[in-house]
Design a protein around this ligand. Structure first.
Ligand SMILES: *Cc1c(COP(=O)(O)O)cnc(C)c1O
Length: 359
């Protein structure tokens, strides 16, 4: 049998959050950081309107979507690149810039796709330790070598929910080797008011690239749309390697309508912030702490892996699906998406009952 390229068999396939429980129809899914309010009505309408034109190839330069993103974020559309989820951008970056003998750096509890895409490109992923579940710039800089090509951090990070501030980001961007590029994954950037996800840094620093997604705040995870922002030279490189029609008409139209619907986005950010603090407080008062989250989930910490596993099973019994994060090196934690108010109340009540039953 023909063998794949070196590295491919090192990949542990990505396993998404569970979406159903056997024998239960109405389980609440809080395992994939999806928007509990769904997508904007305008996005759904725009998606439907594309159905009359499915025989026509879509735009390959994504001009209308890039223009909309540029207007909303105050960015130059020529420096924007759209992909099938930010996963595609992560993959394009690894394939274009890293290969055999090269290293792709990520943080200890970083998003698993960095590792998977590095292996798929034939490169070697390298993990830098975090400090109490927070990105450690010193550790990242110390882990850089002659072979480092890409340095990925998610800010805020998944699954920790923690983030580092502008000064630390600048120190990281200024400190990485000249032959490397820093990729700032801003999948959750919208949830932090006033944070640009690293856009200004990606504008001023040739060695910085930012990725964003429509899968979280915009509630379009089922469609697969993401985008990136960086130097024209990098955009040019990625455009040469992307599939010409990597986004379909429905994806482009829905994402454009979604990013223009500021009212819906605002409402989702506000409601997330309100329920996130509520849920974190409710769990903390039951003896389940979490780091302050800047995203749309919290990372609930239990006393050990056994307790986390038992609570996961208990939540399942209560019809609630959350995410085990042992594959991220955090077996004592459960990642819980901030749902709507009734879902958050159900989680808090179930954790309370779980703790009471173990007294
Ligand atoms: C969810 C997530 C993404 C988004 O991936 P898509 O391919 O855009 O759905 C990217 N990075 C991180 C850290 C995430 O948690």
């Amino acid at each position: 049998m023909i063998a794949p390229k070196p590295g491919i068999m090192e990949i542990d396939p990505y396993v998404g959050g569970k979406s159903s429980l056997p024998g239960r129809v109405e389980a609440v899914k809080l395992s994939s950081n999806e928007n509990p309010f769904g997508a904007s009505q305008h996005a759904m309408d725009a998606y439907r309107r594309t159905s009359g034109c499915l025989h026509r190839y879509p735009s390959s330069d994504h001009h209308a979507l890039r223009t909309a993103i540029g207007e909303v974020h105050g960015l130059d559309p020529d420096r924007i690149m759209c992909g099938a989820g930010s996963d595609e951008l992560i993959s394009l970056l690894c394939n274009a810039y890293a290969g055999p003998g090269d290293e792709v750096l990520h943080t200890e509890h970083g998003f698993l796709m960095y590792r998977i895409s590095a292996f798929a490109a034939g490169a070697t992923p390298v993990a830098a330790r975090e400090r109490d579940r927070v990105t450690d710039v010193d550790a990242l800089l110390a882990a850089c070598s002659d072979r480092t090509r890409l340095v990925f951090i998610a800010n805020p990070n998944n699954p920790t929910g923690t983030m580092i501030g502008d000064e630390e980001l600048l120190r990281l961007a200024d400190g990485i080797p000249r032959h490397a590029m820093l990729v700032l994954d801003g999948a959750y950037a919208e949830y932090t008011d006033g944070f640009d996800g690293g856009a200004a840094l990606a504008h001023s620093h040739g060695c910085v690239f930012m990725t964003r997604t429509f899968s979280k705040l915009y509630g379009l995870g089922g469609l697969r749309v993401g985008w990136g922002y960086g130097q024209p030279e990098v955009i040019d490189v990625l455009n040469r390697t992307k599939g010409p029609f990597n986004l379909g008409r429905g994806q482009l139209a829905a994402a454009e309508a979604a990013v223009r619907d500021r009212e819906f986005a605002r409402k989702c950010v506000d409601e997330n912030a309100r329920m996130r603090e509520w849920l974190a407080d409710a769990l903390a008062s039951e003896g389940v702490p979490s780091d302050r989250s800047h995203a749309n989930f919290i990372l609930a910490r239990f006393s050990d892996a056994d307790e986390a596993s038992a609570c996961d099973a208990w939540l399942n019994e209560a019809g609630l699906i959350v995410r085990r994060v042992g594959s991220y090196g955090l077996p004592e934690c459960l990642r819980i998406t901030v749902g709507d108010e009734p879902s958050c109340r159900r989680v808090a009540e179930a954790v309370r009952a779980f703790k009471a039953a173990r007294q």
